[in-house]
Structure formats: structure tokens, C-alpha cells
Design a protein around this ligand. Structure first.
Ligand SMILES: NC(=O)c1ccc[n+]([C@@H]2O[C@H](COP(=O)([O-])OP(=O)(O)OC[C@H]3O[C@@H](n4cnc5c(N)ncnc54)[C@H](O)[C@@H]3O)[C@@H](O)[C@H]2O)c1
Length: 338
């Protein structure tokens, strides 16, 4: 039986962090959220205490770790917009690399020796071979991806010098929302495809722009690997148990292993909600890889992780209420065109 202990969740008021807090609480842990509420939402912190502080405030972070007897940190807090990182890289180096430096200093001060990092498939850049394995060269093509890669490298250095063990989880595209309706998908500004498409379907914005229709994919639009946010949360629980039981530091992809094109996502939204997404085709956007899909075999082997909800239509059913859309009853489903 694994001892259940308090776990700090930086960014626990954000989209993925709040889902991780729920999963931690359901598994008997106490999630201790540390968040500056810069993009997060106070109402999403429901399963444990909230320390409102910035990562850069090393003393406040160390105090929160010590006050709750924390021995492990799940580190979600970061700036996470690729486009913004290209316009304002300083913000990304300050918040993501500066924040990580301060957080790790606080961990050392409070004798926390286990860290689970939210890393990203953005660290791989534009690989020429699919699916992406953990050994695919990491060659990020924007400041956001570079800051995530630096965070991974910092963890390797801090393990060698200070013995902090870690799991870096390289997420593919997080999507969906808590199936029990206790949490919603909420980003401001919104940049993720599924929320943008649902907002267009709900009439909350104009037609969706589909960037690129001439890629070498099934239908010419970009292909991505969408993973349910509750599956990501479960991946973190498994990583926590892995580190608690002495697992070695590692980096793991978290995806489903299956890709869907943008046009397939739009068809899945029609199937899940009964509403067609208004869209228009636009030229390719610079820096968009045609295809990003994960080889998920290492996470399965190391953690026993396999996405419980790899079905895109179900992911969209769970996301739809966040945007005021009701999923249509399952029996009315038609197949997504291949
Ligand atoms: N959403 C995705 O598809 C995706 C994919 C790959 C990786 N990630 C990574 O997952 C993590 C969570 O992403 P998300 O989509 O939930 O983002 P989010 O913006 O919803 O959550 C981030 C949270 O961190 C907090 N925060 C940011 N900077 C902080 C600071 N300096 N101090 C304290 N709190 C701070 C914000 O207030 C927010 O609550 C990020 O690290 C992101 O890079 C996300």
C-alpha cells in the first residue's frame, strides 16, 4: 500500500492542474495548489488548500511546501501559448525557466525530492518521422517549446547534483473536460482547436479558420493526437506512484497514439453535438507541423498507462458543456467519415 501524502500542484487552478487535483483527491491524496491566478480560476480549486503566490516567490513556495509537509510536486504552472512565446519570449523565459529555477530552489529548501513536470510535444519541433518516440530528437521551433526543453534539462542536472528524481510528461493535445461536470475547459485567450471549433459551433465567434488544406495527410488538414484531460490527470497519478515506489527519472509521452485531422475533428463535433462547425480554409500557418502523433508504448511499459478515453467523439461530448452545447444521445451517433 502506497502512503498517501500531500502533493503540491503548481498551476492547480488551471485547466489540466485542476483535473489533476480532482484525480489526486479521488485517490486519497491532498492536492495543495500553488497558483498566482494569472490564467487560472479560483473556483477550480475544490479539493484542497490554495496558496496564491507566484512561482518566482521562492520563500512563499518553500513556506507552502513546509506548511503542508509536501514531498512531491506536480509542476503545471507555466505560460503556454506558442504564438505569445514568439511575440514575447522574455515572458516565457522568465515565467517558465525563471519559475522553474525558483520552484526547484524552494524544493531544495523544503527537502522535496520528487517532481513531475508538464512538458510538451512542442519540445520535439517538427519531426520527420511519425509516431514520435521519446528518443525522437528534441528540436523545438519556438520559445515555448525551448523553455519546456530547458525545464527537462534542468531536472536532469538537479537530479545528478541534488538527487531530485523526476518524471517529465510530454503531453500531446489536451482536450475534453471532467466527465462529471465539476470542471470546465477554460482558457483566455483560447487557442486550442477543439474549444475554438466548439465556440464557432455555439455561435460565440465567427467561422473557424482551418490553417492549411494541402498537407500530406488523409484530407490535407493538420493531424494531431488528442488526449482526454482526465487521462492526463490519471497519467500523473501513475507517475506519482512510480516515483513513490523508487522509479528512476524518465521522460514519457502522454497521448493516445491515434491522430485526427482538423476536418475529422469538425466531423466529430457534428457527431457529438449535432451542430455543424462553420469554417473556412486558410493558407498554412508558419511553424505548424503537418502531423504530431505519439508513440505511447513507453508510458504503457513504465507506468502501465493507456488512455481510457481515446475516442474523439467522447472527448468532445465531455468538452461540449463548457461551451454551452449539449451532447446528442449516443444512440443517434453516426460514424465519423474515414
Ligand atoms: N493544454 C495543452 O494542450 C498542453 C499541452 C502540453 C503541455 N501543456 C502544459 O501543461 C501545463 C498546464 O497547461 P494548461 O492548459 O492547464 O494551462 P493553464 O493556463 O490553464 O494553467 C496554468 C496555470 O498556472 C498558473 N501560473 C502560470 N504562471 C504561474 C506562476 N509564475 N506562478 C504561479 N502560477 C502560475 C496559471 O494561473 C494557471 O492556473 C502547462 O505547463 C503547459 O505548458 C499543456
Amino acid at each position: 500500500m502506497i502512503e498517501r501524502s500531500p502533493i503540491m500542484v503548481t498551476g492547480g487552478a488551471g485547466f489540466i492542474g485542476s483535473h489533476a487535483c480532482k484525480a489526486l483527491s479521488d485517490a486519497g491524496h491532498l492536492p495543495v495548489t500553488l497558483d498566482d491566478l494569472s490564467t487560472g480560476n479560483r473556483d477550480a480549486v475544490k479539493w484542497g488548500p490554495l496558496a496564491v503566490a507566484g512561482l518566482q516567490d521562492t520563500k512563499a513556495v518553500a513556506a507552502a511546501l513546509q506548511a503542508h509537509g509536501v514531498r512531491m510536486v506536480m509542476h503545471f504552472a507555466a505560460s503556454a501559448y506558442v504564438g505569445e512565446s514568439m511575440r514575447d519570449p522574455a515572458l516565457y523565459y522568465l515565467n517558465n525557466v525563471g519559475g522553474m529555477t525558483s520552484l526547484l530552489a524552494a524544493c531544495r529548501a523544503a527537502r522535496v525530492d520528487k517532481v513531475i513536470l508538464s512538458s510538451s510535444c512542442a519540445t520535439y519541433g517538427i519531426p520527420d518521422r511519425m509516431p514520435i518516440t521519446e528518443d525522437t530528437p528534441q528540436q523545438p521551433v519556438n520559445p515555448y517549446g525551448r523553455t519546456k526543453l530547458i525545464c527537462e534539462q534542468m531536472l536532469q542536472d538537479y537530479e545528478a547534483a541534488y538527487g531530485i528524481r523526476h518524471v517529465a510528461l510530454r503531453y500531446f493535445n489536451a482536450a475534453g473536460a471532467d466527465p462529471e461536470g465539476e470542471l470546465f475547459e477554460c482558457h483566455d485567450p483560447e487557442t486550442h482547436l477543439i474549444p475554438l471549433a466548439l465556440m464557432a459551433a455555439a455561435g460565440q465567434r465567427g467561422p473557424l479558420e482551418v490553417f492549411g488544406s494541402d498537407y500530406a495527410t488523409r484530407d490535407g488538414s493538420c493531424e494531431r493526437d488528442y488526449i482526454h484531460v482526465s487521462d492526463l490527470a490519471r497519467g500523473h497519478l501513475l507517475a506519482a506512484d512510480y516515483l513513490e515506489t523508487g522509479g528512476e527519472s524518465c521522460a514519457l509521452n502522454l497521448g493516445t497514439g491515434r491522430g485526427y485531422t482538423v476536418l475529422e475533428v469538425l466531423a466529430a463535433i457534428k457527431q457529438a453535438t449535432g451542430v455543424a462547425v462553420p469554417y473556412r480554409l486558410s493558407p498554412r500557418r508558419a511553424g505548424d507541423p503537418p502531423m504530431l502523433t505519439a508513440d505511447v508504448s513507453r508510458a504503457q511499459r513504465v507506468l502501465g498507462f493507456k488512455a481510457a478515453c481515446p475516442d474523439l467523439v467522447q472527448i468532445i461530448r465531455d468538452a461540449a458543456p463548457s461551451f454551452g452545447l449539449n451532447p446528442v444521445p449516443e444512440e443517434a451517433d453516426a460514424q465519423i467519415p474515414a
